[in-house]
Write a protein that binds this ligand. Structure first.
Ligand SMILES: *[C@@H]1O[C@H](CO)[C@@H](O)[C@H](O)[C@H]1NC(C)=O
Ligand SMILES: *[C@@H]1O[C@H](CO)[C@@H](O)[C@H](O)[C@H]1NC(C)=O
Length: 336
């Protein structure tokens, strides 16, 4: 393209000059029949060449577009020898799902060496999520597993009543453990919900995790933040209002694990059977960890770099109103 455009302009100038010259000559004297024919031939030759350059230009533009259909910059963000961050994100069908996943994918696009494992709570993979992942340009794995009805939350249930994303996180873990080729690679695993808010700094904090790195989480546990208590550069306990006596009293967003450790203890996983609030502890206990193994990050756990935000449930009550009044509401074919 950059090479073709000057060429194109060059030809335009030549043709223009040529035509001007012709007009001047023409106005000065009468042409003979032969001269006129020769000129016509020359003119048609230049027209052909101009057409050729134009076509070439068009083809190049097309080629460029097919590589990058939306005209956005697509860096694959892959740097050799940089530890890979595997991110397991459970996601469930809801009106706000695409909005949340879009925002999260844009955060991840700003981070190098991310592999995003998105696990849908559904019987089949949805085409919406498939397309979103494909278009994201990220390295990803798309999985799905349906939560059986007895573990499913009713929409009126308070959100802590039943554990969420258990089977989906386990499916992500299974996938990771089956990737034997990654055994040799440096990597870290992070469980990241699709509606949280992530500072880019948190990914730098976790990338070089030896065993398990930990940090504060904002807007969680009915507090401004929860955090590990650090003394002499070691985690000695938990600053939370609710059950600080749990073995690892932190939110899912508050830790990352070295992938080698995940391979070493294949039994460590989440469970639908454990007491409320004990998912994190169940998994981390399965990795045979003690407080002493934890690596406090985010300036010795004094900075909040991730927030447990929640997307408000959108009301659709005017859909019914429109339906009653006009017999139709919004077009279901338009994806939201
Ligand atoms: C999932 O896919 C199967 C096979 O294509 C189909 O029979 C089934 O109805 C689908 N389920 C849902 C909930 O869409
Ligand atoms: C991610 O993408 C890059 C670039 O396309 C590739 O080199 C790398 O192997 C991929 N990594 C994984 C884990 O899929």
């Amino acid at each position: 393209m950059a090479r073709i455009l000057p060429k194109f302009l060059y030809f335009c100038v030549i043709v223009f000059t040529f035509l001007s010259a012709l007009m001047i000559i023409d106005s000065l004297r009468e042409c003979s029949e032969e001269e006129l024919t020769a000129t016509r031939e020359l003119l048609s030759k230049y027209t052909d060449q101009l057409q050729y350059v134009k076509n070439e230009n068009k083809m190049l533009l097309k080629k460029q577009k097919s590589h990058n259909p939306d005209g956005l910059v697509k860096s694959n963000g892959w740097v050799p020898y940089l530890p890979i961050i595997y991110i397991i994100t459970p996601t469930n069908i809801r009106a706000e799902q695409k909005a949340d996943l879009t925002r999260m994918s844009h955060t991840l696009k700003l981070v190098n060496n991310i592999h995003w494992i998105v696990v849908e709570d559904s019987e089949n993979k949805s085409s919406m999520v498939s397309r979103l992942l494909e278009r994201s340009g990220l390295n990803y794995t798309h999985l799905n597993v349906l939560t059986p009805p007895q573990f499913k939350m009713a929409s009126k249930d308070p959100n802590w009543l039943k554990p969420r994303g258990v089977l989906q996180r386990n499916a992500g873990l299974d996938w990771l453990r089956n990737q034997k080729r990654f055994l040799a690679e440096q990597g870290v695993l992070y469980f990241a919900d699709d509606d949280n808010t992530y500072s880019l700094d948190i990914f730098q904090e976790m990338r070089y995790t030896q065993k398990v790195s930990v940090w504060p989480v904002g807007l969680v546990g009915y507090l401004r933040y929860e955090r590990p208590v650090v003394k002499n550069r070691k985690v000695v306990g938990w600053f939370t209002a609710w059950k600080p006596d749990r073995p690892f009293a932190m939110d899912m967003a508050g830790f990352a694990v070295n992938v080698q450790l995940v391979h070493k203890y294949p039994e460590a996983k989440f469970s639908n059977e454990v007491q409320r609030g004990y998912q994190e502890s169940t998994f981390l206990t399965g990795l045979k960890l003690t407080l002493d193994d934890l690596e406090p990050r985010a300036n010795m756990c004094t900075e909040v770099l991730v927030w447990h935000t929640r997307t408000e449930k959108s009301s659709m009550k005017n859909e019914d109103k429109l339906m009653k009044k006009y017999g139709k509401a919004t077009n279901p074919k338009i994806e939201v």
